[in-house]
Design a protein around this ligand. Sequence first.
Ligand code: IMP
Length: 226
Amino acid sequence: MYMELKLQYNNTSNILIATGNAHKFKEIKEIIGGCGGLNPIFLDKSYGIEIIEDGKTYEENAKIKAAGYIDYLNKKPDLKKFLDIQFILSEDSGLEVERLDGAPGLFTARYAGENASDSSNIEKLLMEMSLKKECASNRRAKFVCYACLYDTTENNFQYFYGELSGFIAENASGTKGFGYDPVFIVPEFNKTAALLDSAQKNAISHRGTAFRKAADAIKSKLNIHG
Ligand code: IMP
C-alpha cells in the first residue's frame, strides 16, 4: 500500500491533506495545484483514521483534525518516515442559513444525524426552512471554511478563512460537487454549485479562498515565487 503512495508522490514537499472526504481532497488538490513543488497526499478511509470533531468553533475542529492526523502518524513511525510530511492541511467548513439563525453551522455534516447522507441533510434543511414561517422569503446563506496549516518543522498552526454567500434553492439541481451543492445557489452564476464546473466553483468558493491563502503562506515559507 505504501509503495503506491511512493510512486505517486516522489517529489519535493509532501503535504498531507487531513480529510477522509475524497470530494474535499479533489477540490483542495485542484486549488493548491498551482503551488509548484507540493505533493498533496490523501489517506483514504481504508487507513481508518478516526477523528472526533467536538470543538466549539470551526477553528478548533480544524485543529482537532490536523492534530488527529499528527497522532495517527506518530503511532505509525514507518508510514510517517515513508511519507516524510512537511505540512498538514486540514479544514472545517459549514453552511449557515439566515432563516435558521445560522444553523446547521458546526453540525452541517451531521444535520440529519451521524453519518447522514448528503441527500438526507438536504431534505432536513429544506424541511426546517419550510417549517420556519417567519422571514419566509429570506433564503440567504453562506458557506464558511477555516483551513488550518500545520508546519512540522516549526510545530505551529495557522488559520485561513474563506466564505461564499448565496441562497438556498427550493429544490435540488445538479450532480457535481458534494454536500449541499445541489441547493446552494451561487449568485454570480445564478446556478446551484452542483451545476458549476469544479474550476468555476473553486475560483469563488469558501474553500478556494481559504486554501489559496494557505497556499500563499506555504509558498512564502518555501520561497516559491509566482
Ligand atoms: P466537515 O468540515 O467535514 O465537518 O463538514 C462540513 C460539511 O459542510 C460537509 O460535510 C458538507 O455537507 C458541507 N459543505 C462544506 N463545504 C461544502 C461545499 O463546498 N459544498 C457543499 N457542501 C459543503
